[in-house]
Design a protein around this ligand. Structure first.
Ligand code: IMP
Length: 438
């Protein structure tokens, strides 16, 4: 059973504030779950990351690919907000606004926090140059300037949305920080300097267009909560990409875990009612970094092709592997998950055997059940697998747990036991109706 009931029209409202989080390395199908919950919410807020994220939402026969704008935008009366912890590329957000507007989506209820940091052209250039400089040790970033923008934020030299919409302040800050970044681009990396005055001209125009959306998201979220509105905090990226609790350094530069929602929105933890964790019935990863259950073989190719595992943001083929209960249990712990959603069970149809990683075996033979804190401790760990019979049935038309073949039911029940968390929803296909609620 879903943790939240009622719809804006239908009406048993429980005034909840829910978070949706990815439990693996991203791309778990959060978009669909977010869309289902957003249809019942009054307010949808995004709190971290930037246009490195990609949500595909199918709604009313149309497919929307969203990168920065929260999915709540597809619901006319929903207040849809970008919190202080997000990094905003003004060019990208305006393209997204224009694209969605041309398809009839309205932006009357859209807000951006003045504290959110702005991704500037030098951030994107530096993302590419530093990845190149790392050579074989590159992270495999999305090259959208996310890391360098957060670097400036924490170095306290960043440009914020407030600055962008105030041309004089913006020009002054852009000249100061741009000069420094240019000297790094040219002197450290031998790259080509950015034309700062041209950037100021271009970005001032973006600022003019974005000004009407700027408002204090912390205050608006707090007030909405006090007024008993239903709030959805839309997660981007995922637990194993968290800067502290992910596979550092192969992570993103923000906090995609549930605690990041409070920091990135400006609300206290007592506001939150429920945290949903989304997983796939197997595992995928884009970019570099460890992946203990990776299948670099025909089975991995089968899962990739059957599941359409190619990135929404970059189009890169995703790495694929078996379900890893060690990482999902880690996500249950660090996010304080109330329930899990397991997506894409249908993708596994046709495989003779399904494997679940239940623990890791260290090189010295010891078996660990908790995800190691460092890559050094993870190195050499071999997955310990449990085998389950595969299924051939087309489950995409199943609409209740009882309709699923026994083999699928026992696979789901076993995941639930191993992850120590209730599985509240199961995805059997890309459409909203192909989501089984338990
Ligand atoms: P960055 O966020 O562009 O700095 O990239 C850092 C790492 O996070 C790379 O491995 C990216 O592929 C990964 N990453 C960032 N955003 C997403 C996402 O939304 N889904 C999956 N992986 C992501």
């Amino acid at each position: 059973m879903l943790c939240t009931r009622g719809t804006k029209q239908g009406m048993i409202k429980n005034m909840a504030a829910n978070i949706v989080i990815g439990t693996q390395w991203g791309d778990e199908g959060k978009g669909k779950v977010i869309d289902i919950l957003a249809s019942r919410a009054d307010v949808v807020v995004r709190s971290q990351g930037g246009n490195n994220a990609g949500h595909t939402v199918a709604s009313g026969g149309e497919v929307y690919k969203l990168h920065l704008i929260p999915s709540g935008i597809l619901y006319k009366d929903t207040l849809c907000m970008i919190g202080a912890g997000v990094v905003v590329d003004p060019k990208v957000i305006l393209e997204e606004i224009d694209g969605l507007s041309s398809r009839g989506v309205t932006f009357d209820n859209f807000k951006i926090d003045p504290r959110a940091h702005v991704i500037m052209p030098w951030h994107i250039i530096l993302d590419g140059l530093s990845e190149k400089f790392r050579g074989n040790m590159d992270i495999g970033t999305t090259k959208r300037g996310i890391g360098p923008c957060y670097m400036d934020k924490y170095e306290r030299s960043g440009i914020r949305i407030y600055d962008l919409v105030h041309p004089d302040i913006f020009a002054e800050k852009a000249r100061a920080t741009g000069k420094l970044r240019n000297s790094i681009i040219t002197n450290v990396f031998g790259g080509e300097a950015v034309d700062i005055e041209a950037v100021i001209k271009e970005y001032t125009e973006y600022g003019k267009r974005l000004a009407k959306y700027v408002d204090d998201v912390s205050v608006l979220t707090y007030e909405a909560n006090k007024a008993g509105k239903e709030i959805l905090f839309e997660g981007a990226q995922a637990t194993l990409l968290d800067i502290d609790f992910g596979t550092y350094p192969y992570v993103t530069s923000s906090h995609p875990i549930s605690a990041g929602v409070c920091i990135g929105t400006g609300v206290g933890p007592t506001v939150i009612d429920k945290v949903y964790g989304v997983a796939k019935a197997y595992t995928t990863r884009v970019g570099k970094g460890p992946f203990p259950t990776e299948l670099d073989n025909e089975t991995g190719d089968y899962i990739r092709n059957n599941g359409g595992e190619f990135g929404t943001t970059t189009g890169r083929p995703r790495r694929t592997g078996w379900f890893d209960a060690v990482i999902v249990r880690h996500a249950v712990r660090v996010n304080g998950l109330n329930c899990l959603v397991v997506n894409k069970l249908d993708t596994l149809a046709g495989l003779d055997t399904l494997k679940i990683c239940v623990a890791y075996k260290k090189p010295d033979g010891t078996v660990v059940k908790d995800f190691p804190a460092t890559l050094e401790e993870l190195e050499g760990c071999e997955p310990v697998y449990e085998e389950h019979p595969g299924f051939k049935d087309d489950i995409s038309k199943c609409r209740s747990f009882d309709e699923l073949p026994e083999i699928c039911k026992s696979y789901i029940k076993r995941l639930e036991e191993l992850c120590e968390c209730k599985i509240a929803m199961i995805g059997v296909g890309p459409d909203r109706e192909q989501q089984i609620e338990r």
